[in-house]
Design a protein around this ligand. Sequence first.
Ligand code: HEC
Ligand code: HEC
Ligand code: HEC
Length: 187
Amino acid sequence: MRKTMIDRTGFGNLILGSFCAVIAATGAGVAQQQYGTATSQDSAAQQQSQVAQEQAVRKAYSDNVSKTYNYRFGKDKPSLPGRAAAEGDGFLEPGAFPNAKYCAHCHQEAYSQWRQALHSNAFRTPFYRTSVNILINTKGIEFARHCDSCHNPVAVLGGGLTQDSQVDHVFDQDGLTCMTCHSIQSV
Ligand code: HEC
Ligand code: HEC
Ligand code: HEC
C-alpha cells in the first residue's frame, strides 16, 4: 500500500493527518517504513513514475467507463445525486482501494469487528437491497448513486452505477469498506 493510493481515494477536506503509521508519509513525500517493500529507499524519480503510472491506469479505466456512463445529472458531477467524490479526475478503478482482507493481515480485531457490524453489510442486507431495487426499477439505476454514496461508495466512485455497467462488482460484499472511511479527506 502506498501513500499515493491514500491520496487518490477519499471524499473530498477533513484531512486525516496520518493514516497508518506504517504507510504515513507526511508533507513533502517523506517516505517511511513500508510493508516489506523497500519503498523507503525509493528515489523521488521512482515515486514520480509510480504516480504517473497510477494516473495512467486511472485515466484508461475512467475513459473506458465514460464511454457508456449515464451523465444524466451533469458531465462534471458523475456521482450525483450521490455526494461521494474522489480527488482527481475521472472514475477511480475499484482496485485502487486495498480491500478489507488486506487490512485484516495486520488489523485482525478491527476486521472482525467491522465484518460483524452494519458497515461491512451496508450494501448487502436484504432490507437495503429491497429498497434500493425499488428505486432502481422505478427511477433508474443512476438514482441509486444517492444511496450507494453511503452504502457502497466504491461502486459510485468507480462509475458502476449506470445502465449495463461492465464494472466488476466484487466490492459489493465489503459495503462500507475500511478504505472508504480511512481515506476520507473532507466531509
Ligand atoms: C502489514 C501490516 C498492516 C497492514 C496490511 C495495514 N496496517 Fe494499518 N497499521 C499497521 C501498524 C503496524 C500500525 C501502527 C499501530 C500502532 O501505532 O499501534 C497501523 C495503524 C493503523 C491505523 C491507526 C493510525 C493511527 O493514527 O492511530 C489505522 C486507522 C490503520 N492502520 C488502518 C489500516 C487500513 C484501513 C488498512 C488496509 C487498507 C491497513 N491499516 C493495513 C499495520 C498494517
Ligand atoms: C448519508 C448516508 C446515507 C444515504 C445517502 C442513504 N443511507 Fe441508508 N443508511 C445509512 C445508515 C448510516 C444506515 C444505518 C442506520 C442505523 O442502523 O441506525 C442506513 C440504513 C439503511 C437501511 C436499513 C438497513 C438494514 O438492513 O437495517 C435501509 C433499507 C437503507 N438505509 C436504505 C437506503 C436507501 C434506499 C437509500 C437511498 C434512497 C439510502 N439508504 C441512502 C446511511 C445512508
Ligand atoms: C465507518 C467508517 C469506518 C470503517 C468502515 C472502518 N473504520 Fe477504522 N476507524 C474509523 C474511525 C472513525 C476510527 C477512529 C475512532 C476510534 O478510534 O474509535 C477508526 C479507527 C481505526 C483504527 C485505530 C484504532 C483502533 O481501534 O485500533 C484501526 C487500526 C482501524 N480503524 C482499522 C480499520 C479496518 C482494518 C477497517 C476495515 C476492516 C476499518 N477500520 C473500517 C472509521 C472506520
